[in-house]
Design a protein around this ligand. Structure first.
Ligand SMILES: [Cu+2]
Length: 148
């Protein structure tokens, strides 16, 4: 009986460890809500100033789809060629190159993340922008992360 108990504890600890390793807890995390008016913080306020991170920190950006459902549904009822306005995907650019890209963010896929190490390859700042021809693309170009 005791042996079974210890075995169960071992399995549990292993599961917790495995989950944690997969999540790969970053040093710093930012939440960004996305809609056609631009980048917003977790309270829904427009993000006006750069995020600041330290060199060497592991950073995670989590993007949440924050478009109005009624508008998205109206767009979905258009013919297939016309609709695409409410799909976003984000690139992280170091000034020299694209460092990372997200999966598509949409009505059906409402959350996506982007992980990177701040200051890798000498980068001192990053720009984040939407790579899709979307509604509001002119407002989804200006999110900045500064290192240091
Ligand atoms: Cu977009």
């Amino acid at each position: 009986m005791k042996r079974v108990f210890i075995f169960c504890i071992a399995i549990m600890l292993f599961a917790i460890y495995a989950l944690d390793a997969r999540a790969g807890n970053p040093d710093i995390e930012f939440t960004v809500k996305i809609n056609k008016d631009g980048f917003h913080d977790s309270t829904g306020r427009p993000i006006a100033s750069p995020f600041h991170v330290k060199k060497g920190q592991s950073v995670r950006l989590t993007f949440h789809f924050d478009e109005k459902t009624a508008e998205v549904l109206r767009d979905m009822m258009r013919s297939a060629q016309e609709q695409q306005g409410f799909v976003h995907a984000f690139a992280l650019h170091s000034g020299k190159e694209i460092v990372a890209e997200t999966q598509e963010l949409s009505f059906k896929h409402r959350q996506t993340t982007l992980d990177f190490i701040a200051g890798d390859k000498g980068a001192t700042s990053y720009k984040i922008y939407c790579t899709m021809m979307c509604f509001g693309m002119e407002h989804l170009t200006n999110l900045t992360i500064e290192v240091g």
